[in-house]
Design a protein around this ligand. Sequence first.
Ligand SMILES: *[C@@H]1O[C@H](CO)[C@@H](O)[C@H](O)[C@H]1NC(C)=O
Ligand SMILES: *[C@@H]1O[C@H](CO)[C@@H](O)[C@H](O)[C@H]1NC(C)=O
Ligand SMILES: *[C@@H]1O[C@H](CO)[C@@H](O)[C@H](O)[C@H]1NC(C)=O
Ligand SMILES: *[C@@H]1O[C@H](CO)[C@@H](O)[C@H](O)[C@H]1NC(C)=O
Length: 488
Amino acid sequence: MSSNGARSIACLPLAFADWQFKSRPDLAPPRLNITIPVASDADKGYLFVAPFAGFPDKPGETYGPRQAAPYSFRDNGNLARWNGKDVLFSFEGDHNALHGHGHGHTTILDQHYETIRELRAGNHKLTDKHEFHVINEKTALIQIYQPVPRDLSKWELDIETGKLLFEWSSLEHVLPDEAVLPLNPGQAGSGYNSSDAWDYFHINLVDKDKHGNYLISARDACSVHKINGTSGEIIWRLDGKKSDFMLGRGVKFCFQHHARFVSYEGDEEIISLYDNSAHGTEDGRGREVHTASTSSGKIIKLNTRTWEATLVQSFYPPDGLRSKSQGGTQLLPGGNVLVNWGSEGAVTEFRADGTPIFHAYMDSGFLGEGVENYRAFKYNWIGLPNEPPAIAYLGHGNDVAAYVSWNGDTETAAWRFYSVIGDLGAREFLGEANRTSFETLLSLKGLRVEKIVADALSADWKVLATTGIATLEQDVEPPRRRLRAVSV
Ligand SMILES: *[C@@H]1O[C@H](CO)[C@@H](O)[C@H](O)[C@H]1NC(C)=O
Ligand SMILES: *[C@@H]1O[C@H](CO)[C@@H](O)[C@H](O)[C@H]1NC(C)=O
Ligand SMILES: *[C@@H]1O[C@H](CO)[C@@H](O)[C@H](O)[C@H]1NC(C)=O
Ligand SMILES: *[C@@H]1O[C@H](CO)[C@@H](O)[C@H](O)[C@H]1NC(C)=O
């Protein structure tokens, strides 16, 4: 939450309230650390992120965010269009930090934040957290980590691999010979024994084009593969040990994430991806492998006649960030590009020419340390929560104020406050305040009324919802010791 009015619209309450919002004392969303304030030509959508603490809490040590959850910030979950409707989806399940996999299911929420679907992988398999990608608003691609026991005396290893719904399995098409990630003691997927299978492929995304072919990223082979959607055969490999393309200047990438088909015309295909150029575990143990000085977002043009790959544009991080895990590149509809720096817990919006026009870390102060974020997206979103707005009416000496918020709402432009008189609920207008942030307050100075209520107003002055009736409560001192610690 920042001075430019970043606004949190979705979050899970946990037991770490920090008194940021008097109307919702149960919420403690991260405070964005915005180091490049947003430019006027930034995309107009909301930023959807789901930051989490990369380090486990140890006694005496605390890491942010205090409430790891999906958040949406203004100027800044995951959002897709599904069946003609805007929906939010999120992976719900267990995160296996050591191996960077997840086991769970996908939940789809509507505009009112009600669950409308829970999707499971089926076939006695558990959905992995890396990918949920809606194709043609009808179907979704997911991926699954399936450890496969094999007699691989040649490599003296067991192998762990990905499997797609259409039963494409990396082991049938890509030999572990192509792995770039070295055998690495102490690192996830190192392959040193049977309980830590070698993650030679580490599938971390899948996309489908209009011809029904798939794009698959093999992170640990530093290559992106196009797969025939009918036969499962590899159509081409980009980068890695067996690239079908000559790599032009700046194309080379490694340990990448989030590759996407962008366009396809004649012999030319364009893809985007996030080039980590680094590999390591989230908790910092084990050995880190680097192939470039920073990570970057990349747009790459592939010519399948000349078999040349050329860099269309790259997007470099403002602070020389290099993320050893996670990350993504999203091409925004107006031409700007959003790059999410994964394990570095930061996000940048760029102009098409690579100029950064917004940069933020996903928490501030000591809580900003070790915050990670798998993907970030910017999308338009209309949030119409079913729950009523929250109100608190608090006084401390002569300081009397009403505080309102409506978690998940995007439509309120202003709030109108009324005193409620007598048992019939007659209202007397007290004042109005424009919505500036997640929470809006109306200061009543010395005026004390018995009961107070507020209407949420849309930009065209329609009443969207009304809060419950609040009575004056003594405002307790904020927990100053903790607040001081936050601002360190
Ligand atoms: C397997 O190897 C990992 C290191 O890669 C080690 O931490 C773990 O203790 C080993 N497990 C067994 C059963 O040897
Ligand atoms: C994909 O495989 C099918 C079936 O083998 C074949 O007919 C088709 O030409 C292939 N497509 C491409 C793009 O290679
Ligand atoms: C914001 O991030 C910058 C760059 O990492 C850092 O120098 C600064 O201390 C951070 N500020 C806060 C309040 O966390
Ligand atoms: C509220 O916003 C409107 C429209 O932007 C503006 O005209 C008005 O002056 C603002 N009111 C206050 C109290 O800031």
